[in-house]
Design a protein around this ligand. Structure first.
Ligand code: CMC
Length: 378
């Protein structure tokens, strides 16, 4: 046994300081650049939150107008990237997004410039382009032609428009806008940490965002919303929820959308999605999705609260997307679309005071074995 101290999973390890977001997991508090997530979800827009994150404070009207115009101007992606998406049309949308962002690096003249100014400009362009990649891939895989961006719509509205070809109503746009706000930044979560590791080698922002997308894909991170909706579909009706969940839990499994490495109280982002999931379900005459989820939250998982396991941001998100007619494999890419500003900011911070992120592993294998030539091995 070696006597090194191992912090498995980097649990409770601080790797640096940040001005991006503050998370108090004990009380369930989240601030972006000092502003409470509840205020931002209720009063702000995703465009304003992008500005807040990347430039450090809420914008004036003219600053917001300028950023908004830049986002709208950079939504289109080159035809060559659309061709790449055609080649990977059968892949999971998250893989297609990863490939599309990677391909975009070939068309960004500032790709190798890691200065703060260039990194922010690239982050804004990627934020603008990524919805086009997701929507184009989704249409191509359904045998449809991509819909060009519509510069008269805001960021959220344009994404929904490019997906379906129809302009969404204002309420639906607002739902997607709030969803993007809630996902925009979350301190040293696994994907932001992954992006920082990439940036810490002085690799470029596109590479860091590709890393972030790859890390986010897993069901223990961004993939949970897709898994929650799969579970809700299998449960079917609220009265089946208890048996279904019991079967998972009694066999040592996990209920997706519950638990968090940092939050030991309710994830503050969940509140906004819970309310919207209920209202949307009732409006659309499909209240059973919310009832199934609520059953799990209010009955099955209640004993887990004493262990700090509450719903997280992903628990109600999937039901909203589903009610909006969005297929479940687009849930993770939607999370990624919201998170690009956060990854960008984390990379700006990393480049700004860089240190190579390079932890240690305690070797536990055999030592000093004698090399035996292949012809002498049994
Ligand atoms: N259902 C049932 N039990 C759970 C759950 C769950 N969802 N989450 C954690 N536990 C149990 C776990 O089995 C373990 O029990 P024991 O001590 O008996 O072995 C205990 O709680 C501690 O779990 P852990 O894996 O050590 O905790 P962690 O901090 O490493 O895990 C987590 C965090 C998010 C990976 C985990 O809670 C989980 O797998 N949740 C389900 C997946 C999910 O919803 N992910 C989305 C996270 S929020 C969005 C994001 O930012 O990515």
């Amino acid at each position: 046994m070696s006597d090194v101290e191992i912090r498995r999973g980097l649990r409770n390890v601080y790797i640096d300081t940040t001005e991006a977001s503050f998370v108090d997991g004990q009380v369930g508090k989240l601030l972006y650049r000092g502003y409470n997530i509840h205020d931002l979800a209720e009063k702000s827009t995703f465009e304003e939150v992008i500005y807040l994150l990347l430039y450090g404070d809420l914008p004036t009207r003219s600053q917001l107008g300028e950023l908004d115009a830049t986002l709208r101007a950079h939504r289109a992606v080159p035809d060559d990237v659309i061709q790449v998406l055609r080649l990977v049309k059968n892949s999971h949308p998250m893989d297609a997004l990863r490939t599309g962002v990677s391909a975009m690096s070939a068309f960004d003249e500032e790709v190798e410039d890691n200065s703060e100014e260039a990194t922010i400009r690239k982050g804004i362009r990627l934020t603008a382009q990524a919805p086009t990649i997701v929507a184009a891939h989704h249409r191509i895989r359904n045998g449809l032609e991509p819909v060009p961006p519509n510069s008269s719509l805001n960021h959220a509205g344009n994404f929904l428009y490019m997906l379906s070809g129809a302009e969404p109503d204002l309420e639906t746009q607002k739902l997607m806008d709030v969803d993007f706000i809630l996902h925009a930044e979350h301190s040293s979560n696994a994907s932001a940490f992954g992006a920082r590791v990439t940036a810490s080698t002085l690799s470029d922002l596109h590479s860091a965002v590709v890393t972030g997308i790859g890390v986010l894909k897993g069901p223990w991170h961004g993939g949970a919303a897709e898994e929650v909706m799969k579970m809700a579909s299998e449960i079917g009706q609220p009265e089946n929820a208890e048996d279904y969940a019991r079967n998972i839990l009694d066999n040592g499994g996990r209920i997706m959308g519950f638990g968090h490495r940092v939050y030991k109280a309710e994830d503050p982002r969940a509140r906004h999605l819970r309310e919207r999931s209920q209202t949307l379900g009732e409006t659309m005459g499909q209240p059973h999705w919310f009832q199934i989820l609520r059953y799990l939250e209010e009955k099955t998982m209640v004993p887990y609260r004493s262990r700090g396991i509450f719903v997280n941001v992903d628990f109600f998100a999937g039901s909203i997307y589903h009610l909006l007619g969005i297929p479940s494999d687009l849930f993770i890419p939607i999370f990624a679309l919201g998170r690009i500003p956060g990854w960008t900011l984390q990379c700006v911070e990393q480049y700004g005071d860089n240190i190579l992120l390079r932890p240690l592993l305690d070797y536990q294998g055999p030592m000093d074995l004698e090399y035996v030539p292949i012809e002498q091995r049994g």
